[in-house]
Design a protein around this ligand. Sequence first.
Ligand code: ATP
Length: 234
Amino acid sequence: MLELHHVEKLFLGDKGIHDITITFQSGEIYGILGRNGSGKTTLLKCILGLLEVDKGQILLNGKPACEQLQDIAFASADGSSLPYMKGKEYGQFLAQYYPSFSMEDYLHFLNRFELDAQERIASLSKGGKMKIELAAAFAQHAKLILMDEPFTSLDMYAKEDCIHAVLEEVMEERILLISTHDIAEIETIADGCLVLENGRLAEVFTMDDLHEQGEDLKTRLAAYRPEKDKENRE
Ligand SMILES: Nc1ncnc2c1ncn2[C@@H]1O[C@H](COP(=O)(O)OP(=O)(O)OP(=O)(O)O)[C@@H](O)[C@H]1O
């Protein structure tokens, strides 16, 4: 279980995230949605301990998440891999740090994503770099997997592969949080979504509830379109 209690991280000018309280159960996939600048990446970085929170608590299975980094995987479109390494070397590097990292699984995912393990990461395309991140995140066998914009640079086939891999990797003891603007993809895989607006938790819903109400993500998110935009479209 991942619990966030009144989490706050503010940058200059009151930007960041304010008073976020939410709980995710193991076995769940949640989409983190919201307009540009709404706080999605900040939230993920706080959970990962890359940003120190100003207030609040983040607990993974009852203990501070920042003390369990071995159990948290992060795949980001910004790239956290080491570009001067070859794909295979990067896996060997990670295996030294994460006891649960499986080199066999990592190479399996590289192969599945049609990546050459001997190619230098720096020379890969944006989508190629994202695939390295995803392969590393899946191979870490972490209890919590955080993905920041995983679909953005993937082609349609790689998106499909990624979706299948995500679904295969979800297990009872694991939580996946995916920050994304790709609502078609997240609608396919998520159990639920949370929406951030100006750094605050605007709403949380399960996909079952959404569909029972006869809505889809696109219609639900239309409520967050700025008034000016709405007027221009009418
Ligand atoms: N290191 C930082 N210093 C100052 N302000 C920051 C910093 N990081 C983020 N912010 C601000 O905090 C707010 C939330 O940013 P964040 O990157 O979390 O948004 P986001 O929802 O991930 O956006 P996007 O969809 O564009 O990726 C923005 O106003 C951003 O400018």
